[in-house]
Design a binder for this molecule. Structure first.
Ligand code: ADP
Length: 678
């Protein structure tokens, strides 16, 4: 334009000048949108349309957008040279062009503000500022020159050159930074690889667009993929454990949708069938301008060992819990030395009535009444010194009542601390039973004492009856003989001797009773049963004579000794003989007969007393040996009971049975005395 020689030349040059102006404006807006990532698109579109429209007008209306017609050229001096400037009729369409420039200005200012707000103050100032100054200059110069307010050539290119320089500097700077960053990044990637690899961490990236997964070598190994094998997402899914597949897919989708992180553990099954646990932390992010993330990246760590030990621990814990909760008593664990309760079972709560909040940290002494403190302190000392203790104690329940326990405590150390651990069995029932038993024992002692006195009285009466009866009968016999004119002195002497013997026996009975009362054991000695039976027969002889009973004694000569109380055993034989005489009394057979058979049988000696009387009523056989059972009008019914008691006390047996040929037999067996004694 400055070199134009005719107005037409100038007008044409100005017309074509608008083409690069259009290009500059449109590309500047593009630059702002793409490079600065700022500016409103819709505004850019409006500016674009207006500018294009004004470019059309530039070619259609007048000689160009600025002049309907350039009427003449003026020559002025500029930088030491003579250049052309135009004079002419202004084109009203120029307003549209200037409006587009104003809107472009607004677009740039708005973009600068948002870049500034974003924190890129340097970009806002340098790039934004240079664009702004260029646009401002273009507007001001355009208005001043074209409206011929100032006579000056259009020199916008110079200002544009300034803008190009600024941008050039900025871009070179960015390029330099990119190179540095890329160096740094590759170094960091190396470090990251090294760190991730040594930590056993696999890094991976899932590109949603290609639906493929990229992974570090470690990540591939973890999931059982070969180093070069492509990994489409479906292939990765095939590694997931069937039980975890669904929830992992759902959780990943939720992360993509909500933009949240994925943090979870899941199982995978490797091609060789082995099961591994993975701990995965992943993040979604977007690279493009879309609002939906386009990739997910994360790290995976193999935590199989950890999970297995955790599961083992969990199982052990469950086992311990089941064990503790299944205990019939209470379980406790106190820390040492401060003796605070840190672990217990539900039974503990149930039996004592305290809630778990109240239990935790309870001091061991809080369970006891002050009077028990020394005993408990001592027990704790014992545990610490000897490792264990067992004792009966009573703890206080929440309701103030006490709970008796059989407690066992042991010293326990887990490396971190020392504890007093143990169980307490509820012994309420046992205590109650012990109490009841004690009461019963007291009652029984009383009853026994009463019945013993009764028994003793009847025994005494029974046993004294025999010698006293014999004395009476002998006295009567003496009286009868004295009535005689010339009594047989010899016989009288014999009778008097019998009386003395009976009297002595009565005395012995009383002595023995006294001994029993004093709880003194009657003397035990070796006894020859032949002598004993002989003596008993001698004693009952007068009775036999009186009742006209024949006595037959059959004793085996090779009889072993037995061991026992002579007087007691004699009582038994006399009792059996007198009973036999009684049986023969009422309805005597032709020849009343009592046989005594003494013989060894195995390891015992047997004495059988038989009579040929009426025998025992079958109904009575079961009752004969019960105290106070008697079929006699004057009978006490104690004889057989006491006799059996005596024989059993000598570890022998006494029983009765009816004879086939009539009458009854009472049999006694007594163990022979120890070998070498006989
Ligand atoms: P008591 O002689 O005072 O009756 P015992 O205990 O000695 O008490 O005897 C109990 C009962 O056993 C007798 O009343 C009698 O009925 C029965 N009895 C004992 N010996 C014989 C016997 N030799 N034959 C038949 N009955 C007998």
């Amino acid at each position: 334009m400055m070199r134009a020689e005719t107005p037409t030349q100038f007008a044409t040059a100005l017309r074509w000048f608008h083409v690069p102006v259009w290009i500059i404006i449109v590309s500047l807006m593009g630059f702002v949108l793409v490079h600065l990532r700022a500016g409103r698109r819709w505004l850019a579109w409006i500016v674009c349309i207006l500018r294009t429209f004004s470019l059309l007008l530039n070619f259609l209306v007048g000689q160009n957008l600025n002049y309907l017609e350039v009427t003449r050229l003026r020559s002025i001096h500029f930088l030491g040279e003579s250049v052309s400037v135009a004079e002419g009729v202004s084109n009203p369409c120029m307003f549209i062009g200037q409006l587009s420039l104003l809107l472009f200005l607004v677009f740039v200012i708005d973009a600068i503000i948002s870049v500034w707000r974003r924190g890129d103050s340097r970009q806002a100032l340098v790039i934004g500022g240079s664009i702004l100054s260029f646009v401002l200059t273009a507007i001001v110069m355009g208005v001043l020159v074209v409206w011929q307010i100032v006579i000056f050539p259009l020199t916008l290119s110079i200002f544009f050159l300034g803008f190009i320089v600024v941008m050039g500097v900025e871009m070179s700077r960015s390029t330099l930074q990119v190179v540095q960053l890329s160096d740094e990044l590759s170094q960091r990637t190396d470090w990251l690889d090294l760190a991730a690899d040594s930590a056993g961490v696999g890094i991976w990236l899932w590109d949603f667009k290609t639906n493929h997964i990229w992974g570090t070598e470690r990540a591939r190994t973890l999931y059982g993929f070969s180093p070069d094998e492509p990994i489409p997402f479906e292939k990765y899914l095939s590694r997931l454990h069937p039980d975890d597949l669904n929830w992992v897919v759902q959780a990943s989708q939720a992360c993509i949708k909500d933009g949240t992180d994925f943090r979870d553990d899941y199982r995978i099954v490797l091609p060789d069938g082995s099961l591994r646990w993975m701990r995965v932390t992943a993040k979604t992010f977007l690279v493009s301008a879309d609002s939906i993330p386009d990739r997910m990246t994360g790290i995976s760590v193999d935590i199989t060992e950890y999970k297995e030990s955790q599961l083992k621990q969990q199982k052990e814990q469950e086992f311990t819990n089941t064990l503790l909760e299944g205990l019939p008593g209470i379980f406790y664990l106190y820390t040492l030395p401060d003796l605070r309760l840190v672990r217990w079972n539900k039974n503990h709560e149930k039996l004592t009535g305290f809630s778990s909040e109240e239990m935790y940290g309870k001091h061991v002494l809080d369970w006891f009444a002050p009077a028990d403190y020394p005993a408990i302190a001592h027990a704790v000392e014992v545990v610490e010194e000897q490792g264990n203790v067992s004792m009966e104690l009573e703890i206080l329940k929440k309701d103030g009542r006490s709970l008796p326990l059989q407690a066992t405590g042991i010293f326990f150390s887990d490396g971190k601390g020392e504890y007093l651990m143990g169980i307490g069995m509820d012994i309420t029932r046992r205590k109650q039973m012990e109490l009841e038993l004690q009461q019963k024992r007291n009652e029984l002692t009383h009853v026994t004492r009463v019945s013993m006195i009764g028994e003793l009285a009847s025994t005494l009466a029974h046993e004294l009856n025999q010698p006293l009866g014999a004395i009476l009968r002998n006295a009567e016999a003496v009286e009868l003989m004295l009535e005689d004119q010339s009594p047989d002195i010899g016989e009288l002497r014999d009778i008097m001797q019998d009386i003395r013997k009976d009297d002595k026996r009565a005395g012995e009975v009383i002595d023995r009773m006294r001994a029993m009362m004093k709880k003194r054991e009657a003397p035990q000695r070796h006894i020859d049963l032949k002598l004993l039976v002989d003596e008993a027969l001698v004693l009952v002889q007068p009775d036999a004579k009186k009742r006209k009973v024949r006595l037959v004694l059959d004793v085996n000569p090779r009889l072993p000794l037995i061991y026992g109380d002579q007087v007691q055993l004699q009582q038994v034989f006399i009792n059996l003989l007198l009973n036999a005489f009684d049986a023969l009394g009422d309805n005597p057979p032709e020849i009343p007969l009592v046989t005594v058979l003494v013989q060894p049988v195995g390891e015992t000696v047997e004495v059988a007393v038989s009579d040929n009387g009426p025998g025992i009523e079958p109904d009575n056989i079961a009752h004969l040996f019960k105290p106070f059972f008697s079929t006699k009008s004057d009978g006490l019914g104690m004889g057989l009971a006491i006799s059996r008691g005596i024989i059993e006390a000598h570890s022998g047996r006494l029983w009765a049975k009816n004879n086939k040929a009539g009458g009854a037999t009472f049999t006694i067996t007594l163990p022979m005395a120890g070998r070498g004694v006989a």
